[in-house]
Design a protein around this ligand. Sequence first.
Ligand SMILES: [Zn+2]
Length: 335
Amino acid sequence: MTSDRNGPWRKTVPPRLLAVLCLAWLTAACSAPRHGLDACLTAGCESHREAVTLSARYRVRTDAGIAAARQTADFMEQAADLWGPLFGDPDPAVLPLEVRLHQNTADLSALLARRNLSPLATGLYLPGPTPTIHTTCCGKEPGHPYRTLLHEGTHQFVHLVAGCPVLRGHGDNTGVRLAIPLWLNEGLAAYYEGAFVTPDRLEAGRVAPLRLKQLQQALRRGRAPSVGSLMAKHYGASFAPVDYATAWGIVYALMQEAPLSVEKITGRQWIQGVVEKSRQGWGALDSISSNRPARRWWDLITERTRADFEAYLAGSGIGLPEWEARWRKWILSLP
Ligand SMILES: [Zn+2]
């Protein structure tokens, strides 16, 4: 990664953005890791000399040894195959996609502390200076570190693969600008996080049981945000666990092409259209090239995505309130 590419991105990302790109689970005490890569569970907590491995799309760096690096790279390649149909293949200019696997959990804790992020996060995606996923090798939560890799890996794909290449001639001809809104970014990350079955088996489209349970409880108690208010949240706004669950529920419904059956465009096709508009900069490349302040840029993509969703619904003759009513009923009907 060159400094030319990463400099402008770094300048446009306020620290608070990073908070919404981390996945908050309980982190592991190193003394009792219950879940993790085989190579890490057998190696204990001690750091090894740094190992690096390169696969077709990923570079994994770790202090957990070369076996853990290779295991992680293999998993990420499987995950990239999962993301490909929606996001497309990464442009060679953004490769390799970087992953940092920390055997020493104190290293991740220090990263989180430096950015005033929750110490409970099990990983994060840092979009700059070198866009990198960070997570720990071992953890207490089931499926660690695979679920975290899927969640943060989705954020990396949303940024680097579905993002908008910044125009040439403005000091950054290979940079990438995040161009989908917060709710969709987190909803997709939660959706793909649910694909984990085993380290060798990923299945997109599976229900994320904890997200569903939380969303159903919130809907029954009247504590879930409205779809409209969630879609209006911009980067930097607070995003509570119930917001993650709601974002998951919206994306899950759209990716399942339910509860709304639209003749011309399915929910999945709508999301694919958003990804394409993201790549094209929402027809606002002038705004990007003139270094529009990040907050205003995120307001713009948030508003345009919301308008695009309403236009999609209008194509089937319904408005957002009606869709939301059908969606709530469908979510509550799920076992
Ligand atoms: Zn996230």
